[in-house]
Write a protein that binds this ligand. Structure first.
Ligand SMILES: C[S@@+](CC[C@H](N)C(=O)[O-])C[C@H]1O[C@@H](n2cnc3c(N)ncnc32)[C@H](O)[C@@H]1O
Length: 197
């Protein structure tokens, strides 16, 4: 119940926030494949997610539902990831992200595509980041376990996978997030893809 309340909070508050945002003009998409509205992760949480995944120069970071591109761009700039990919169904967010990557000087290593995240080939990723609503998590868990290589790290914000056991859970107090997502904290879950049996 608590989670559902949070899910509604993120959907409603984020949708309300969008019209106020100057950085990207998105809405809860009317596309049938939409599994979350646009709500940008706070910078302090972005850094905590990438730190939790221990992102470094060997990594290919994929953000599924990449919004304004901040997680993938931070991975390439501040954490020196060798490669990044963000996918989003909203073309204006994809364009904004590509422009930001160019401005940050990482357009050669970081790409953004307009795509349904459930169709993205994630098999080459070494780190995957996720900030979506609870309804996305059961099918996404199945997809990631089927496609990712053993040892791949997956960091999820707020809504965990239903059966996959997290290696670590970190909670950050984030009063600023209350206005953008209805929660005064961020809960981060680190998963590692298990070895195949
Ligand atoms: C909560 S926002 C997270 C944005 C970004 N990852 C961040 O943490 O700042 C979720 C994003 O997922 C996108 N999205 C929703 N359903 C999608 C789908 N089926 N395929 C790709 N993107 C999707 C939305 O457009 C939105 O930008």
């Amino acid at each position: 119940m608590k989670q559902l309340k949070h899910a509604f909070a993120i959907a409603l508050v984020a949708a309300a926030q969008l019209s106020l945002s100057n950085s990207a003009d998105a809405q809860f998409s009317s596309k049938p494949e939409a599994v979350a509205p646009y709500a940008a992760t706070l910078t302090v949480v972005v850094d905590a997610m990438l730190k939790l995944a221990d992102v470094g120069p060997d990594d290919f970071v994929v953000d599924l539902g990449s919004g304004d591109g901040r997680i993938v761009i931070a991975a390439a700039t501040r954490f020196k990831a060798r490669r990044g990919l963000g996918v989003d169904i909203e073309p204006n967010l994809v364009k904004f992200s590509s422009d930001s990557a160019a401005q940050a000087g990482v357009a050669d290593r970081v790409k953004f595509r307009e795509e349904d995240l459930f169709k993205t080939d994630v098999s080459e990723a070494t780190v995957v980041t996720v900030y979506l609503l609870p309804r996305a998590m059961p099918p996404l868990e199945q997809k990631l376990l089927a496609e990712l290589k053993p040892g791949t790290r997956v960091v999820v914000q707020d809504y965990p996978f239903p059966t996959w056991r997290a290696e670590r859970v970190v909670e950050l107090k984030t009063p600023d997030k209350e206005t953008s997502a209805g929660l005064p904290y961020a809960q981060l879950y680190l998963y590692k893809v298990p070895a195949r049996k």
